[in-house]
Design a protein around this ligand. Structure first.
Ligand code: BGC
Length: 742
């Protein structure tokens, strides 16, 4: 069983730490080899050391002597994170990075420092940058091009800030809705994660990372981070080999093939083995089998955590030995020189070979070289011209609009509740009505995204955007300050004000959080918000719910009381404008859920669960669900042949018509169901998707092509196979059988 082979390989990598992994030597320019030949072991270890800028601050004052010591004496190769205090301006960034690169020029080898930052839905940490919807919303657009455009703008603003390395995109498949980083994922489907991930990488790296305005991307977090069994951040995952290869590996493998320059490792573990110590995954698979020739960086403090959290090492030194021998190239230490000192000793003791160290340094210097840092490590004046251009908020608005997902639209008195007419007297109620942080989520000007004082002045709350659209006189608002605190006074006020309102728009969801602080015990929406919704329902007024949330908080207790529901995810800078446009019909929504929205906490599953689970797939709304203000109808599925084989592809045609009165876009998802397979087949699998815009009354023929690779799965020998037999194509409510003959 391969399962055992993987397990034994991983365990061996834990115990036989002094054995050097045999990594295939990567190709680098001759000058890099020359540098490596001239460097001392200490200088090499310095290059492998990444320190947070925060380590050089006392209160808000940068300790330049300490910075100088780390760079000039210890040759640290990389710095991450942000200058203090507040959100740095472009000028502040330039000042700090210039200082760092000046210090690097004082070292014997004059190797530039590579600075890394998290700009994960726009340029998180530069004042007045534009933020785009989090990935979960981008996936709902069904339009990877918009992800590409957002990433390109992000690269421009990051490089304008003097930074050339972005710790993004997240390529983990989001299948654990409790997890606090769910919003950072492109949802539960591996194909969507792959295609949106590749578009993002292309947006960051362009054709050549050396050129302004491109930056190096960082695929993360390799691998299995997105499915902690407890739902808590950085806790163990248990993933069968088949699932690992079927679901989690493809986005990473494709991104490696696409040439992403760097990769960050999952802080957690798979099947009991911390990924930072897993030689099979890091060296045998990633570096050797896939031929990844970029650099592998740890996540925050994760070597130390092998000792302090995972308990697989007795002390930091043993942890360093494990991680480096497993294949780590750079340690995000990030607070001190413990990694440096331990690794220098390990080399002297022969516990880590120079061959392994040289492999790491070769990869680090290669990336620095590719980024043009050896030619000019300083912030570039020409790059600044790309900062904060007028077109960026337009792209952010377009992305937010396309992400809006209409989940419910009841007909009341013969008319759909949404869109609202513009002279409707609206009562806004709920904590998200005036919360910028709920609109933005994590990594928004600060790590947690909770400091609303630092958002650009142009950013609107939902209340402000609605007032701008229909006039303040038509809007009242009751907005509790937190997501867990609704007072009796506010509830009373809600009842009173509802009398004057034509409609109540509930703005519910979640405040902002990032990583471990976002852990929750219960996926249900907070009890206070449920109470608020119940009181709103008692008024008898029509109710629309707008959800701004990073994960699908269960709302089954109130869903039946609500007439219209818009899922807005974390739509960011222009999110409130997009919500207002959809509420009042200036935009016809076309978003589709990129995950299965759970109905019950005891029933969390994905749309592609094994066939036998089909009768239990009972979400509030399934993967791919999303309504429109118009109606669409599909014709029958037409095929060029009833048998697909190695040489004959299947050409699929289907007509779609906008049968309503409003223009609008429609996302079409093509699923394939494998009727019988030697490994229990999934209920169905997304194989193709597209989006077209149709004027009212217009129709189009959609064309898709399926080949053998669209019918494969991973078998118990971990081979990717397609088996002969019957398959069914499903597009909306249309179905058609065909045969696969291999
Ligand atoms: C996160 C990473 C991030 C890193 C650097 C870690 O805590 O898990 O996603 O890139 O910090 O900020």
């Amino acid at each position: 069983m391969k399962n055992w082979i993987l397990f034994i390989a991983a365990m061996l990598s834990l115990v036989s730490c002094h054995k050097t992994p045999q990594t295939k030597k990567i190709k680098v320019p001759a000058e890099i080899e020359q540098l490596i030949a001239e460097m001392t072991p200490e200088e090499k270890v310095g290059q492998m050391t990444q320190i947070t800028l925060g380590a050089f601050y006392k209160k808000n004052v940068l300790q330049t002597e300490k910075l100088k010591e780390y760079i000039v004496k210890y040759n640290i190769g990389s710095v991450l994170n942000i200058p203090k205090p507040g959100v740095p301006s472009i000028e502040k960034w330039h000042e700090v990075i210039t200082l760092i690169q000046d210090l690097a020029q004082e070292t014997r080898m004059k190797i530039p420092v590579i600075y890394g930052i998290d700009a994960i839905h726009g340029t998180t940490y530069t004042k007045n940058s534009t933020l785009f919807p989090h990935n979960i919303g981008l996936a709902a657009t069904g339009n990877p091009k918009i992800a590409y455009q957002g990433a390109q703008i992000t690269a421009k603003e990051v490089r304008a800030s003097g930074i050339r390395w972005n710790f993004d995109p997240v390529l983990g498949v989001g299948r654990q809705p409790l997890w606090s980083r769910f919003e950072e994922t492109f949802g539960e489907d591996p194909l969507m994660v792959e295609e949106f991930g590749l578009a993002t990488i292309k947006g960051y790296e362009g054709d050549d990372v050396k050129n302004i305005p491109n930056v190096a991307s960082c695929m993360k977090h390799f691998i299995g981070y997105t499915v902690p069994r407890t739902g808590k951040d950085r806790t163990p995952a248990y993933i069968s080999d088949i699932e690992l290869y079927n679901t989690f590996i493809p986005p990473f493998k494709k991104a490696v093939e696409a040439g992403s320059k760097t990769i960050m490792i999952n802080s957690g573990s798979i099947n009991g083995v911390p990924v930072h110590a897993n030689k099979y995954l890091l060296t045998d698979l990633l570096k050797n089998e896939w031929g990844f020739d970029g650099l592998i960086v740890t996540d925050w403090e994760d070597i130390l955590y092998l000792h302090k959290e995972h308990m697989v090492a007795h002390n930091n030194k043993e942890a360093v030995k494990m991680a480096i021998n497993a294949g780590i190239d750079m340690s995000m230490v990030p607070n001190d020189l413990s990694f440096y000192h331990d690794l220098v000793e390990l080399i002297k003791e022969g516990e880590v070979s120079m061959e392994r160290i040289d492999d790491a340094v070769r990869r680090i210097l290669k990336v620095k070289h590719e980024l043009g840092l050896f030619e000019n490590p300083y912030p570039e004046k020409e790059a600044v011209a790309h900062f904060a251009l007028d077109e960026y908020p337009k792209v952010a608005l377009q992305a937010a609009l396309e992400s809006m997902t209409l989940l419910k639209n009841d007909t009341l008195k013969g008319k759909a509740i949404l869109p609202l007419i513009k002279n409707t007297k609206v009562l806004l109620a709920g904590p998200a009505a005036q919360s910028l942080s709920s609109l933005h989520g994590s990594w928004s000007y600060t790590w947690q995204g909770t400091n609303e004082k630092v958002f650009p002045e142009s950013t609107l709350t939902i209340k402000e955007a609605i007032e701008a659209k229909v006039g303040a006189k038509n809007v009242n608002c009751i907005s509790p300050e937190g997501f867990h605190q609704v007072s009796d006074k506010e509830l009373k006020e809600l009842k009173r004000q509802a009398r004057k309102a034509d409609c109540i728009v509930l703005c519910l969801g979640e405040g902002s959080y990032a990583e471990t602080p976002g852990n929750i015990e219960d996926l249900e929406l907070s009890q206070d918000q449920i109470k608020l919704a119940k009181v709103a329902a008692e008024t008898g007024k029509p109710i629309v719910l707008v959800l701004t949330e990073g994960r699908p908080r269960i709302i089954s207790k109130i869903e039946q009381d609500i007439h219209g529901i818009i899922m807005a995810y974390r739509p960011a800078s222009k999110g409130a404008n997009a919500i207002a446009d959809v509420l009042f019909g200036d935009y016809n929504p076309s978003g589709k859920l990129p995950f299965s929205y759970p109905q019950f906490s005891g029933n969390i599953t994905t749309y592609d669960a094994p066939a036998r689970s089909e009768k239990y797939y009972n979400p509030q709304w399934p993967f791919g669900y999303g309504l429109s203000y118009t109606t669409f109808e599909y014709g029958n599925i037409q095929l060029n042949t009833d048998t697909l084989n190695v040489s004959l592809k299947l050409a699929v045609k289907i007509e779609v018509r906008n049968t309503g009165k409003v223009d609008g876009a429609i996302q079409t998802q093509l699923f394939v169901k494998d009727i019988v397979a030697t490994v229990i087949p999934p209920i169905r699998k997304l194989r193709k998707y597209n989006k077209v815009f149709l004027k009212a009354g217009e129709s189009k023929i959609l064309e898709f092509e399926l080949d053998k690779s669209d019918l494969t799965f991973i078998n118990p020998d971990l081979a990717e196979v397609a088996e002969s037999g019957e398959f069914e194509i499903q597009i909306a409510n249309k179905k058609k059988m065909f045969y696969g003959k291999f």
